[in-house]
Ligand binder design. Structure first.
Ligand code: AMP
Length: 508
């Protein structure tokens, strides 16, 4: 594939930040700070490693890395050499990482010293493992800041993220340079960053909200602060300790910050921008955040991984018209995105003057992916009479005067702590593991779930479940098991998940 123009533009913008801010801090981590100049050198070092003649020089590059300067530089190096990167979350169980590496066809990966063994278990040959230090620009000296010329050709995708898949395997979502570039442009023209900003980085790199955190910060010359795992238990202290001015997270982490923020008082006062995404933002939470972060604008953004992070945004102000059933509006679609609703099989555009309408949200946007990595998984696209193709989000929304309000999911996908989870994937793994079909998993409580509950029939004992044994991330492991005689069914003979929710209410 020839070189994409969007890739060139992204690289030029990154180079411009490195040149303009060479002596300023690009990344401030617990182990030390890295200037933009050093960051450029580190990208150059990774480019050289990726082009090393002894290594496989094409195909996706796995990143078995936590939030770190090495991870950010390796992402940019992958873009420079024209290969997609695939985050390999070191916290995932081996079986899941093996599935991701196999599906992506990644033969080269970056890790830190402790990750070497893991890469071997993932089938990456030792010669194709690039070992980086997470804290300092390893081997960076001798490479001038701008010495990372881009490859002439590229493989089309900037990155591939894997989300929970209802077939039982994680599904790969390739995002093109055009998709990424459109997202960055749209967010840039909606919410303004400044080079003086100090930006949070709390999301795991396998979650697409990290794309927002990392790219918007580095492409605006800001300082990015990768959070340590311990920071996630007291985010308010992390904000105060780093003088964070720009916050991006799922609402669940805001709840933790407000709850655990020791002597919260002034802890969030440095914030001037707070952006939420990933799950419903209750208005009470937005109000509580505003009271604690009183100098901050608050934005609710919305989008699926398949449409590159976010396609709508709403600035929060407590007033009439911005909430529905206690949840903050998703706002309006970015200007180049056409939102429509699927209502009784009809595609109805969302227009400012159309008053109230509810249905499945459809998106036609340059941020939309072209289809899943697995060609056997049909992408959920639908086309209208004019030939306009939309992505079917599976989200039920209400459109009121052009503004969108989240009502819930139309399928069995749930969000817990911002993690996207297909209940069918968990049930698939449990069936394999427990050797029975007579089980079901629900996310409870129904509206804003906080836990997964397994229902098991047939005289089984409550099993001890672990992520490693199931091949699932810990957040996908049911923490509660309820033994029942039989699964309730609807009048049509289908599993009655509502009935299971009622059982929880009555379970002693
Ligand atoms: P992900 O692909 O992990 O980003 O998850 C996308 C899904 O998260 C969407 O289809 C929605 O169901 C949910 N979601 C994302 N942002 C919001 C939001 N601001 N409010 C409500 N739900 C959201």
């Amino acid at each position: 594939m020839p070189r994409s123009a969007a890739r060139r533009v992204l690289l030029e913008r990154m180079r411009a930040q490195i040149a303009a801010h060479a002596g300023r801090t690009a990344v401030r981590a617990s182990g030390g700070s890295v200037t933009y100049g050093d960051f450029g050198r580190l990208i150059g070092w990774f480019c050289r490693e990726l082009r090393h003649p002894g290594r496989v020089r094409q195909g996706p590059v796995g990143l078995l890395l936590e939030r770190s300067v090495a991870a950010y530089a390796a992402m940019w190096a992958a873009i420079a050499v024209g290969r997609p990167y695939v985050p390999l979350n070191p916290r995932y169980p081996l079986a899941r990482l093996q599935s991701i590496v196999r599906q992506a066809g990644a033969e080269v990966a970056v890790c830190t010293e402790p990750g070497r063994k893991m890469l071997a278990c993932l089938g990456i040959a030792p010669g194709n493992a690039i070992v980086a230090d997470t804290q300092v620009p390893a081997g960076g000296s001798g490479v001038t800041p701008l010495d990372w010329s881009e490859s002439e050709r590229d493989e089309g995708s900037a990155y591939i993220l894997f989300t929970s898949g209802s077939t039982g395997e994680p599904k790969g979502v390739p995002i093109s340079y055009d998709n990424l570039h459109s997202f960055i442009g749209n967010l840039d023209s909606t919410i303004a960053y400044a080079p003086e900003d100090v930006c949070s980085q709390v999301c795991e790199l396998s979650f697409d909200l990290s794309v927002h955190e990392v790219y918007l910060a580095l492409l605006n010359g800001c300082t990015l602060c990768p959070a340590r795992e311990i920071d996630l238990f007291n985010p308010a202290r992390y904000v105060a300790g780093n003088g964070i001015t720009v916050w991006v997270s799922v609402p669940s982490l805001a709840r933790v910050a407000l709850h655990n923020g020791q002597a919260l008082g002034e802890a969030l006062r440095t914030l001037r921008l707070s952006m939420f995404n990933g799950e419903a933002l209750p208005d009470r939470l937005a109000d509580a955040w505003q009271a604690a972060a009183r100098n901050s604008e608050i934005w609710n953004t919305y989008g699926p991984t398949e449409c590159a992070v976010a396609v709508t945004a709403q600035r929060w102000r407590n007033g009439p018209g911005l909430t529905e059933a206690g949840v903050v509006s998703l706002g309006t679609a970015f200007p180049d995105c056409t939102a429509a609703l699927l209502v009784d099989g009809d595609i109805v555009p969302v227009l400012p003057e159309r008053s109230v309408l509810a249905g499945e949200l459809l998106l036609a946007t340059p941020q939309r992916f072209d289809g899943y990595l697995d060609p056997n998984l049909p992408p959920p696209f639908v086309t209208d009479h004019s030939g306009q193709m939309y992505y079917r989000t599976g989200d039920r929304v209400l459109a009121r005067d052009g503004r969108l309000f989240y009502l819930g999911r139309l399928d069995l996908q749930v969000k817990i702590g911002g993690h996207r989870i297909e209940l069918l994937e968990i049930e698939h793994r449990l069936r394999e593991r427990l050797g029975t079909d007579a089980l079901a998993v629900i996310a409870h409580p129904r509206r804003h779930p906080t836990q997964l509950v397994l229902f098991l029939t047939g005289g089984h004992k409550a099993p001890r479940l672990t992520g490693e044994a199931l091949g699932l991330p810990n957040y996908m492991v049911p923490r509660q098991c309820i033994l029942i005689d039989s699964l309730p069914v609807t009048t049509h003979g289908k599993l009655d998940r509502d009935g299971l929710h009622e059982r929880i209410a009555t379970d002693p």
